[in-house]
Design a protein around this ligand. Structure first.
Ligand SMILES: [Mg+2]
Length: 356
């Protein structure tokens, strides 16, 4: 199954409402779809959304990076040269993790199509139905409360509350949302690096002293401040989830060895794709640490690929934050996975279940 050509296309979709965090505001999704054609007529699809403030990539750098790596892949056989192909994707260019992930996803799509199995089954997974949380964007308190109520009415019972632009207001946000919701709703807080460590401890101790115990606090401080993460972890009851602090396997190792976080957030766009995500999950399993599978604001191919990985390592990745498709105005076409708000079911077709 030799690679004949590798193309990229732009995928654009309006959002239902603007997506806002402490780092950015997004009004339309724009990402890159990778299309690999093999000489046997099979097509594979991958996808990635550049997130300049997190991975340093843009649409332009992604398509150039994919073009650059692709020249080393043309003519290779996905069935017999699989390991070499994955190695080339990761060794010919530094960084550019979302571009690498998009390429890798298309390769995994092809190998599992070729073997006539859904990707999750090829990777050893069994589960096909998953529940995701939904993100509540960072806005004025009233808007965040009404968005939270809307999400609960749609059937979500896990909310990812975006915080991080104003310590005093952030406490009010959590308290007002908590008071407005039924008590069975799980709250995940994500400050997206917006606090310093002292502020984070003060905010969380205030919340905890009010009897509010979120499931976790995600990335309160700047990405490279793992000492800060550990400082906070040792002073509050709420578990810490490392997100922007963990891109690579070696960063994951550092966080686990220094016990700087309770959980790791794995995203294909941060680690460079499925092969690295599986390695990080294995490492976390060896340390008895649970992981979240997260996403960028991306399209259905990236989300579906992430869920195939979750299925493969569901004993370690037991928290799912893959809500990006629910935030799009249009229901995904060409995708046989079923997206029903909080519930997503993978297709049993070969590959990822993407058809164009
Ligand atoms: Mg996050």
């Amino acid at each position: 199954m030799r690679i004949k050509s590798i193309q990229t296309a732009l995928f654009r979709s309006p959002l239902k409402t603007p997506f806002k965090t402490a780092l950015r505001a997004v009004y339309d999704l724009e990402d890159i779809v990778v299309i690999i054609e093999c000489k046997n007529g099979l097509f594979g699809y991958g996808e990635g959304a550049p997130t300049a403030v997190i991975t340093g990539e843009t649409l332009g750098t992604m398509s150039e990076a994919i073009k650059y790596i692709s020249r080393f892949l043309i003519g290779l056989n996905i069935d017999t040269d699989f390991d070499e192909i994955i190695n080339i994707i990761h060794s010919k260019l530094l960084h550019n993790t979302t571009a690498k992930s998009a390429l890798e996803i298309a390769i995994y799509d092809l190998i599992s199509k070729y073997r006539k199995k859904p990707l999750y089954a090829l990777l050893g997974g069994v589960e096909t139905t998953f529940r995701t949380d939904i993100t509540i964007s960072l806005n004025d308190i009233d808007k965040m409360v009404s968005d939270s109520l809307d999400a609960v009415n749609l059937g979500y019972d896990m909310l990812k509350i975006k915080l991080g632009n104003d310590a005093k207001k952030d406490i009010e946000r959590v308290v007002e949302i908590y008071n407005a919701l039924p008590k069975n709703i799980l709250l995940r807080l994500d400050a997206n690096q917006g606090w310093n460590k002292e502020e984070a401890v003060e905010i969380m101790q205030t919340i905890e002293n009010l009897g509010i115990f979120p499931e976790l606090l995600e990335q309160p401080v700047i990405a490279d401040d793992t000492d800060g993460l550990r400082y906070i972890k040792n002073k509050i009851k709420t578990p810490i989830l490392a997100d922007e602090a963990v891109f690579s396997l070696s960063q994951a190792k550092h966080i686990l060895e220094t016990e700087s976080a309770d959980f790791l957030n794995i995203k294909l766009a941060k680690c460079g794709g499925i092969s690295e995500a599986l390695k990080i999950a294995k490492l976390a399993q060896d340390h008895s640490i649970k992981c979240m599978m997260g996403c960028m604001l991306e399209g259905p191919i990236g989300i579906v690929a992430s869920l195939h990985v979750v299925s493969a390592v569901s004993n370690t990745i037991n928290m799912i934050d893959l809500d990006a498709v629910s935030l799009l105005s249009n229901k995904p076409k060409n995708c046989s996975a079923v997206f029903n708000e909080s519930q997503i079911t993978l297709s049993e077709n070969g590959g990822l279940g993407i058809t164009y």
